[in-house]
Design a protein. Structure first.
Length: 163
């Protein structure tokens, strides 16, 4: 990850933590669309308890994870509702960030295998690539010359050899 990405990533995490820890306490306590549609046909009191009628919400039961530490948008064992809801949101953001970051780390694109790239290593055409070297480079092989830049057919500085 580049150095330029870190401020953006940390800024996003800070905003998410702020929203989850503070702003989540000011969310509406009224039921959402699904809850209100399930209550159609029933009579409810001020505490949203069903007192009569017939509706799908009467068949509702507790979820299997209702006893979990973060159930019902709060942390079990903390009596202060504001703190419990905020802490639950912060823990959720951190857990999501950790799991997502771990998955991205596992799936990250790794670069190609490291090559030496040093002068004197043999390239694909058999030329060493070093100045003054001999080899069957693309032009050097056809002309029989040696030396020059990376075997590119520069004339030799020594005596010419005949074939």
């Amino acid at each position: 990850m580049s150095k330029r990405s870190w401020p953006f990533l940390l800024g996003g995490l800070l905003v998410a933590l702020l929203l989850a820890g503070v702003v989540s306490n000011y969310a509406s306590s009224h039921p959402d669309g699904l809850d209100s549609s399930l209550l159609k046909g029933c009579t409810v009191n001020a505490d949203d308890e069903i007192t009569g009628g017939s509706c799908p919400a009467q068949q509702a039961r507790d979820h299997e994870l209702a006893d979990s530490p973060l159930a019902d948008y709060g942390v079990r064992g903390i009596g202060n509702d504001f703190l419990s809801t905020g802490l639950s949101g912060v823990l959720g953001v951190l857990l999501t960030f950790a799991v997502g970051g771990g998955l991205f780390w596992l799936a990250r694109r790794r670069g190609p295998a490291a090559s030496t790239g040093a002068a004197g290593s043999t390239g694909a055409a058999g030329s060493t690539g070093a100045a003054g070297s001999t080899g069957p480079g693309p032009v050097g092989a056809a002309t029989g010359s040696t030396g020059g830049a990376a075997g590119q057919g520069a004339p030799a500085s020594g005596p010419a050899t005949e074939r």
